[in-house]
Design a protein around this ligand. Structure first.
Ligand code: NDP
Length: 268
């Protein structure tokens, strides 16, 4: 039976094994998928060992995505631009690194939430690893504008410079965002500590959708802020999590699993 797993630290909370086991049973694929805690200092040794044992693929989560980027023999363009890898596909000892986070977000927005990204104005809060992973797939959808705002503005300006050839992109600190936006994505980790980035609610356009990449059983600070200030809808990143997993599964097995019922069940 082909073996897959997710590695990270911490890893106990990861629901990727449940998601992939469900995909396998739904699509009739015979595979096993487990989780393994790997500390950054042990990354190379552990991954070498797993490959020697015949592992077919891996998901890589915090804080190992940059190490995975450096380890891969070849990379997809979206992983190369992000500087981070969340998926390894291993064939004949060769490691292909991909980043499926952005595709997962875009699929959740378009196909599960029915939200059209073309020609809209996007405000992206945050300039860390997650923001880097979603920028290119978002720009590929041809929004009319994408504004990145970050607590440390210099990092937002660096991303503007790096991605400017892929679309209409500009940058600022939180307090210098101007105009109104149709889609506001929280890619900061502020929700982890129950905080909301210092953003003026005036940025919310009429019928704006707010999307927090973080997922949690209770509404995040960003989701509460969105509802308080009149967003038409505010959702968390559970759909993205399932969709990025589906994208990895597709890369490994060549079969795209259905996701909608699973997202619905996990949200219940
Ligand atoms: P990073 O540590 O790489 O980046 C953190 C970002 O958050 C930086 O831009 C940082 O700003 C900003 N930040 C941190 N604290 C605050 C605060 N209190 N107020 C305002 N800004 C703050 O984290 P990641 O990019 O990897 O992860 C971000 C979020 O995305 C996490 O919640 C993570 O769980 C989620 N995620 C969800 C996925 C999914 O599938 N749903 C996939 C990947 C990530 P500064 O630069 O100034 O430090």
């Amino acid at each position: 039976m082909d073996k897959y797993l997710v590695i990270g630290d911490p890893i106990e909370h990861s629901i990727s094994p449940e998601i992939h086991t469900r995909f396998a049973s739904d699509t009739g694929q015979k595979l096993s998928y487990t989780r393994l805690r790997v500390k950054p200092a042990d990354f190379t040794f552990k991954v070498d060992e797993l490959i020697k044992d015949g592992i077919k693929g891996m998901n890589i989560t915090l804080p190992l995505k940059e190490l995975a980027f450096a380890y891969a023999d070849t990379l997809s363009l979206r992983a190369e631009l992000a500087g981070a890898v969340n998926t390894f596909k291993i064939e004949a000892g060769q490691v292909y690194g991909d980043n499926t986070d952005g595709a997962g977000l875009v699929r959740d927005l378009k196909f599960n939430l029915g939200f059209n990204i073309k020609d809209i104005r996007i405000l992206l809060l945050g300039a860390g690893g997650a923001a880097k992973g979603i920028l290119k797939p978002l720009l590929d959808e041809k929004p009319s504008q994408l504004h990145i705002a970050n607590r440390t503005p210099g990092k937002a300006f660096e991303l503007q410079e790096k991605y400017k050839s892929y679309g209409n992109i500009n940058a600022s600190g939180f307090l210098d965002i101007s105009g109104k936006y149709d889609l506001i994505i929280n890619a900061t980790s502020a929700s982890v500590t129950g905080d909301m980035p210092d953003v003026n609610p005036e940025v919310l356009g009429k019928n704006a959708l707010c999307y927090d990449l973080m997922y949690a059983k209770k509404p995040t600070a960003f989701i509460n802020w969105s509802h308080t200030h009149g967003a038409i809808s505010a959702v968390d990143g559970l759909g993205m999590l399932v969709e990025q997993a589906a994208e990895s599964f597709y890369l490994w097995r060549g079969v795209r699993p259905k996701t909608r019922d699973l997202i619905f069940e996990l949200k219940a």
